[in-house]
Design a protein around this ligand. Structure first.
Ligand code: BDR
Ligand code: CA
Length: 315
């Protein structure tokens, strides 16, 4: 089993990512979940992670992360994920507690105690991961890789060129990208190809359980939001983008993705802040620091995701 830590800001697609990760517990050993501030405040992301994971019967430590990005003020995405972060879907009060360890301490201790190298999945702003790498560089050789959903070369969803997770905390991206730890980036280039059609979303509903119904209502919630945000891709506003799911799907099924090792840097200030500049053609001549995913086999992606909803539904 691959030992992993998940850093997340649930968040609709974050919840779908957690579904995939915990359904595949024969392949993934989730040792810790930490919450970052992003889609919504830290109070809410931590609460949502505990509520969602309690609901699906996961047994895992959930630690609170940093409240704010490294330099910038926190900008949330309640317009996309709703005020609670879960659209209009409600989950019962969580039974899983808030860990007594702060996220960075919990990550440090989990990594240093592990016999094997650990993988970090990050599906929000990279604040917690950057703080870990800054405060405890001794963890670096013990990190197999960081699989991050964020960034874009294709154009932004927050500013003209910046993707949300990168935009919220560009300084954290800078720290992580320069850390020397292997990074896989699922940016909008690939996540826009990892979509589910409204018909396929009905397949989720047709599984027929209470969980499947909640998952369906979560994912269809932000379809209406997409209709308000035009993009230059065909069908962009008619499909559901499973951004965060890519970061876990890649660990489970790397063969359904295509990517390229590239030098990537991030703009820190001004109107381009948070823009990931991906040097696909190596114009800079600099050594690649990120494996950038750009293509996914969508049919297989959707099939695997549906399988995960069924597994959780049957538990
Ligand atoms: C990313 O932004 C968030 O709103 C999603 O959860 C995802 O992590 C997509 O740009
Ligand atoms: Ca997210």
């Amino acid at each position: 089993k691959l030992p992993i830590i998940i850093d997340t800001d649930p968040g609709i697609d974050d919840a779908m990512m957690l579904t995939l990760a915990f359904a595949n517990d024969d392949a993934l050993d989730v040792r810790l979940v930490t919450t970052c501030s992003g889609n919504i405040s830290q109070n809410k992301t931590n609460y949502n992670a505990r509520a969602f994971l309690s609901y699906i019967g996961a047994d895992v430590e959930i630690a609170r992360g940093l409240e704010k990005p490294i330099f910038r003020e926190l900008e949330v995405a309640e317009d996309i994920h709703g005020e609670s972060g879960f659209g209009n879907v409600q989950f019962p009060e969580p039974s899983l507690p808030v860990s007594e360890r702060q996220a960075v301490t919990a990550m440090l201790e989990t990594i240093m105690m592990s016999d094997e190298k650990m993988t970090i999945v990050a599906t929000g702003p990279l604040t917690n991961v950057a703080a870990l790498l800054l405060a405890h560089p001794e963890v670096k050789p013990k990190i197999e890789r960081i699989s991050w959903m964020g960034g874009a070369a294709v154009g932004g969803n927050m500013s003209p060129t910046a993707e949300f997770n990168a935009y919220v905390d560009p300084h954290a991206v800078e720290i992580v990208f320069r850390s020397g730890v292997p990074i896989v980036m699922s940016g909008l280039d690939v996540t826009h190809k990892a979509f589910v059609t409204p018909d396929e979303a009905k397949d989720i509903l047709n599984i027929g359980t209470e969980f499947a119904e909640k998952a369906y209502h979560l994912v269809t919630y932000y379809l209406d939001v997409m209709k308000k945000t035009p993009f230059h891709e065909e069908n962009y506003d008619q499909v559901l983008h499973f951004h965060d799911v890519c970061a876990v799907m890649y660990l489970l099924n790397p063969d359904i993705f295509k990517g390229q090792d590239c030098y990537v840097e991030v703009a820190l200030e001004g109107t381009t802040a948070g823009t990931t500049v991906v040097d696909y053609t190596n114009r800079t001549g600099k050594t690649a620091n990120v494996h950038v995913l750009h293509t996914v086999n969508r049919e297989k992606f959707v099939k695997e995701f549906l399988k995960a909803v069924k597994i959780i539904s049957d538990r």
